[in-house]
Design a protein. Structure first.
Ligand code: NDP
Ligand code: PYC
Length: 339
């Protein structure tokens, strides 16, 4: 049995970039997708780590992502910055749009980045974190493909529709949360299936609409929203704002376009950035200590802030490397060999 191996984030990035470049992705696409995949693995977010590589490659084989897409940015004097991803992954489009979004948000107080026609498989926290690094608060959201039943319903309609928020903090890692509006990300269901483990109760229904803990039955049926009718409504809001409002596909349309949930979905994404100092200008600028008092109160109760687990994992990976088990190594070696 092969022992675990430990790689630095840079070593893992080189391997992931090499896999995507050999598959035909341009450097402009391969770098950003490898970046978010390795960030997921580094931060112990396995549902969006290296397990996603094969899904990206399948998406290419199905002809549903443009491997050498060159995103284009359109900007005017308004608060809306647009990047057309031209069918490539959202990550290259975000890298192009983020500096302009930040500049507009600082100039106007708030601004939005609309990404259209992107293929999307990734976690959203890297994006809101990138904006907090520029002193901005940010919200990011996108639809997915129809895999989640509305509360009270039985059939997949909405996507797992992630929602992320970031708040900048002086002298601390930012306050960031990022979650699916389904009970868990679909990637978690996939990981349970691969590991042969049952799902927790309340995650999913089967194709007949009956509750199930069998991951395979859940993947054929529908996941459920988090928080009952509240998560269901937030998920619908994401369909409206990051689908209909930006003139892009909703989750059912994305599923129709692809015909399968085994590859990454095509749709749009909406990222909104806020300049706290501009909002509090009448009060002489934002008082970040007020936010710190809230965070301290959370910690004072023995609770934790979101992303603490992730930042701890990141510090551990940066200090001691990213450990891959035998199956993960075998997958990487197979993909590096072109298999
Ligand atoms: P989780 O339920 O694992 O985590 C959600 C968030 O809650 C994280 O910020 C997490 O912080 C925080 N959190 C968890 N437990 C606690 C706690 N006890 N106290 C305080 N905060 C806590 O996320 P999901 O499975 O819902 O989503 C995982 C990822 O999947 C997300 O990154 C999301 O963007 C991605 N996704 C992407 C989709 C796409 O279409 N591109 C679709 C759906 C999901 P921490 O990480 O520190 O635990
Ligand atoms: O994990 O739900 C998910 C997901 C869907 C698309 C990308 N990630």
């Amino acid at each position: 049995m092969t022992a675990d191996i430990t790689l630095t984030p840079d070593e893992l990035t080189s391997k992931v970039v090499a896999i995507f470049r050999a598959a035909g992705f341009s450097a402009q696409q391969a770098g950003p997708i490898a970046g978010v995949i390795v960030a997921g693995e580094r931060d112990a977010c396995k549902s969006h780590g290296i397990y996603r590589i094969e899904g990206c490659l399948r998406t290419l084989k199905h002809g549903k992502v443009v491997p050498d897409a060159v995103p284009t940015l359109t900007q005017d004097e308004s608060a809306i910055v647009r990047v057309d991803a031209k069918g490539g992954f959202a990550n290259a489009a975000f890298e192009m749009g983020a500096p302009v979004l930040a500049e507009r948000a600082k100039a106007l107080g708030l601004a939005a980045l609309v990404i259209n026609d992107c293929t999307h498989f990734s976690a959203l926290w890297p994006e809101v974190e990138a904006l907090t690094e520029r002193g901005l608060a940010a919200i990011a959201m996108c639809p997915s493909y129809a895999t989640v039943a509305p509360t009270g319903g039985t059939t997949a309609l909405m996507g797992t529709n992630p929602l992320a928020f970031g708040w900048p903090r002086a002298g601390h890692a930012p306050y960031v949360f990022d979650f699916a509006t389904s009970v868990a990300a679909r990637g978690e269901v996939e990981l349970h299936r691969i590991a042969g483990k049952p799902l927790p109760e309340g995650w999913a229904v089967d194709a007949e609409g009956a509750p199930t803990t069998d991951p395979t039955a859940a993947l054929a049926g529908a996941m459920l929203p988090f928080g009952g009718h509240k998560g269901s409504a937030i998920s619908m809001m994401i369909e409206l704002l990051a689908g209909v409002m930006i003139g892009d596909m909703t989750s059912p349309e994305a599923l129709d376009f692809l015909g399968t949930t085994t590859i990454a979905p095509r749709h749009g994404e909406l990222i909104i950035a806020f300049c706290p100092d501009r909002f509090a200008a009448a009060k002489g600028g934002v008082n970040l200590d007020q936010a710190e008092a809230l965070f301290d109160a959370v910690l004072g109760q023995g609770a934790r802030l979101p992303s603490t687990r992730r930042f701890t994992a990141r510090a551990e990976s940066m200090a001691n490397g990213i450990t891959l088990n035998a199956d993960e190594q075998a997958m990487l070696e197979r993909l590096l060999a072109g298999g």
